[in-house]
Design a protein around this ligand. Structure first.
Ligand code: KIV
Length: 288
């Protein structure tokens, strides 16, 4: 299978083939998502909430992102892996932003980076793009600004905000982003942005008309840590299945029903009697 590249995504937009993106945070989540056919694996800084247990993405560091990006790239051979630039790293000096993005690609193995914001990050987007780094933009609800936004709420609901978002989207495209995530904006606005941009627009809580969709792994599989806002569809109760499996294991251990025949090996021999100081008559079990 050929790797998904920026060209693949452009072709998909032109041919109106929907793009499926999902977050992944480690080797098994990357493997499962890729085997399931996802086109893009986003190492989202949402990992701060769903994997590390923080109450926002703000505490996530570049080292955290590198650690998880390395694990995801080891589990992906076809899907494009995009790593989030964590809090503030897109707002530093051009050199520092470039260094952070370069680490995510060089050490983490990411194909490209995603960063939140419009006007304020344009010069850094240009800087990264001119250095050959594929950049995905992110507008609408930008979780790293949650304290400024006053919570996780729909963005672009009035004319002024909608115009500003459309303007930012166009400027990001001019600055060279290869794709744009639109989070929590009304469907009409997302449709307009999708129609006006030539690069693929990936929506989350942005309605049906984007070029693709993204969801958080833990949300769509109802794994503890995930959230359940109205725009999330839960496809499987994986968290429940995991909990049931582990409860059964714990119960069987407590009741000495695990391990059973077939879960261990045996040895026999005279030497066992010696090993047991003559006390062991015949045979014993050796577990692995
Ligand atoms: O961090 C993340 O998971 C994201 C997606 C919600 C788009 O940015």
């Amino acid at each position: 299978m050929k790797r998904v590249t920026t060209r693949t995504l452009m072709r998909m937009k032109q041919e109106q083939e929907p793009i499926a993106m999902i977050t992944a945070y480690d080797y098994p989540t990357a493997k499962i998502a890729e085997e399931a056919g996802a086109d893009i694996l986003l190492v989202g800084d949402s990992l701060g909430m769903v994997v590390l247990g923080y109450d926002s993405t703000i505490p996530v560091t570049l080292e955290d992102m590198l650690h998880h990006t390395k694990a995801v790239t080891r589990g992906a051979s076809r899907a494009m892996v995009v790593a989030d630039m964590p809090f503030m790293t897109a707002h530093l000096s051009g050199d520092e932003t470039l260094r952070a993005a370069a680490r995510l690609m060089q050490e983490g193995g990411a194909y490209g980076v995603k960063l939140e914001g419009g006007e304020t990050v344009l010069s850094n987007v240009e800087r990264l793009v001119s250095a050959g780094i594929p950049v995905m933009g992110h507008l609408g609800l930008t979780p790293q600004s949650v304290n400024q936004l006053g919570g996780y709420r729909i963005q672009g609901r009035d004319e002024q905000a909608a115009r500003k978002l459309l303007e930012d989207a166009k400027r990001l495209e001019e600055a060279g982003v290869f794709s744009l995530v639109l989070e929590c904006v009304p469907e009409e606005l997302a449709q307009l942005v999708t129609e006006q941009l030539s690069v693929p627009v990936i929506g989350i809580g942005a309605g049906r008309h984007c070029d693709g969709q993204v969801l958080v792994y833990h949300d769509l599989l109802a794994i503890p840590g995930g959230w359940h806002p109205s725009f999330v569809k839960v496809y499987r109760e994986a968290g429940r299945v995991m909990r049931e499996g582990i409860s059964e294991y714990v119960r069987e251990v407590k009741e000495r029903r695990f391990p059973e025949e077939g879960h261990f090996t045996r040895v026999t021999g005279e030497w066992l009697t010696d090993l047991y100081g003559g006390k062991k008559e015949k045979e014993t079990n050796e577990t692995h």
